[in-house]
Design a protein. Sequence first.
Length: 118
Amino acid sequence: QVQLVESGGGLVQPGGSLRLSCAASGSIFSIVYMGWYRQAPGKERELVATITNHGNTNYADSVKDRFTISTNNVKTMVFLQMNSLRPEDTAVYYCKLLYYGPDLSNSWGQGTQVTVSS
């Protein structure tokens, strides 16, 4: 069983920055990708950014050039650097891992609240 624990959420003013972290633990044979998703009140969960085992990244159009996804060297952690935050970025942010362990599986973190407000 793989566990993901997010941290780094909080309240920030528009234009500010936050850095989210997600730590993975458990039996992981290999990683397909790690990613961040978010869910705002009354809306469906949506993709924010993903990064593959080879370092290829993908971003939602709404966060391109503002957010940056990265991992540590051993890929036990994934980060989301969020700059130029907007009120519409307010949501619960979830970390996701797609991995082989040995079967193809996915795990989600418990979520961390990000609120952008003056």
